[in-house]
Design a protein around this ligand. Structure first.
Ligand SMILES: *[C@@H]1O[C@H](CO)[C@@H](O)[C@H](O)[C@H]1NC(C)=O
Length: 400
């Protein structure tokens, strides 16, 4: 018993928190007030510390992008209020040499009324700048009369050697370097009511929306007037219908959406909602887009590969005004239209979602509780001493 007692008392001597006797403790009103106040402060701080512990943070990391042979999905939604769909073509080109003329993929052209309401959705089939019903007519004639082979009226013959539609004739003409200015004399066009359709639609606007998959190399996609085609490896647009139409067209546009890759909350697309208005047809808008690959690793183990971009913007008036002789004339120093030139950045941003560590939270809790009590203790001692001194002075004053 004695031995055990001495071991215990030795152990007790390690107590860093030696207790004072209760008899010597004085409880004061301000002490109680301080205790309550510090308890409230502690609760508030603990609450905010807990909220911070529960929240996650995104940690960015920058490395060199080593991925190869990847594809890039461009999501786009642009409205052109003063160009009808049949006049507008969408083309994608990249420096790897892949050209996709008059895109068919997942791009939809929607005809818009003069006041911007949608007319009908047409998938921008490779068949050209025409509406669905024309395509149907084409199909029905070729079904009912399979031996039909329309004349190309002297234009360059297509592979099939026949121009069965007005569009075929137009293409044959373009390839020969002519423009289709006499649709009344062309049987195919009269049958399709081409001229009437063009006249009816020429005041319309066009919305182009959808997505395109391209090689992940620098390239450009553009919205330009007229049908585009490839001739002797040169990309050519048939500008005549655009420039010579009685109705004035221009490339005013509104970009509702432009992004590269899947949508992720927190990625801001700087071109969303950007619009430009112009009143001349001979105008070129250029957007230079730098695409930065971005990975998101979320806590729930999902990984999303997407892209962010930054953009600079240029525009050019293509009506060269020569002030010397007072004349203004066009020089085709560029194609009217809206061009998006994109470049791929060699850097990859990895955004990792991280949670706060529990030990960090625990440390914070101890610091808050300990710190507040210490500060309150100092304050309490200070008030106690001040009160004592004050009372002494008052006593002394009474005796004087
Ligand atoms: C394109 O944007 C317009 C305007 O925000 C919207 O009404 C339309 O649904 C969008 N089209 C697509 C295919 O997302």
């Amino acid at each position: 018993m004695g031995k055990r007692g001495s071991v215990l008392s030795k152990f007790q001597s390690l107590d860093a928190y030696a207790k004072t006797l209760d008899d010597f403790r004085i409880k004061t009103y301000y002490g109680a007030a301080l205790t309550i106040i510090s308890a409230i402060i502690i609760l508030i701080l603990l609450w905010s510390e807990f909220n911070e512990y529960r929240s996650t943070e995104i940690r960015p990391e920058l490395i060199v992008d080593k991925s190869r042979k990847e594809k890039l999905t461009i999501n786009i939604n642009v409205t052109f209020p003063r160009i009808p769909c049949y006049l507008l073509s969408v083309d994608v080109m990249d420096i790897a040499g892949e050209t996709q003329n008059d895109l068919a993929h997942d791009i939809y052209k929607t005809r818009l009324d003069t006041d911007g309401t949608r007319i009908d959705v047409e998938k921008a089939e490779d068949i050209g700048d025409h509406t669905k019903d024309i395509i149907k007519i084409v199909n029905s004639t070729s079904l009912t009369n399979e031996t039909y082979c329309g004349s190309c009226y002297g234009g360059i013959l297509p592979e099939s050697k026949c121009c069965n539609t007005c569009e075929d004739v137009r293409e044959a003409y373009i390839k020969a370097g002519w423009t289709l200015s006499n649709p009344d004399e062309i049987e195919q066009c009269v049958r399709e009511g081409w001229k009437e359709k063009v006249e009816n639609q020429s005041k319309e606007g066009c919305n182009v929306a959808g997505n395109v998959r391209v090689n992940k190399v620098a390239g450009n996609f553009h919205f330009a007037p007229g049908k585009s085609f490839q001739q002797n490896h040169v990309h050519i647009h048939d500008l005549q219908p655009f420039l010579q139409d009685k109705v004035q067209h221009d490339f005013s546009h509104e970009i509702h959406h432009l992004s590269f890759g899947p949508k992720v909350d927190g990625v801001v697309n700087p071109l969303d909602g950007v619009g430009r208005s112009i009143s001349t047809g001979q105008y070129m808008f250029q957007y230079f887009v730098k695409v930065v690959s971005t990975q998101f690793h979320f806590l729930n183990q999902t990984t999303i590969l997407t892209n962010q971009y930054s953009v600079t913007q240029f525009e050019r008036d293509l009506t060269g005004k020569d002030h010397k002789d007072g004349h203004s004339h066009n020089h085709y120093g560029g194609l009217p239209g809206v061009f998006f030139n994109y470049e791929i950045s060699p850097m990859l941003i990895i955004n990792r979602e991280e949670s706060k560590s529990f030990t960090h939270f625990l440390t914070g809790v101890c610091a808050i509780v300990g710190g507040i009590f210490t500060v309150a203790g100092i304050l309490d001692g200070f008030i106690y001493n001040a009160e004592k001194t004050f009372k002494k002075k008052v006593e002394l004053g009474k005796h004087l």
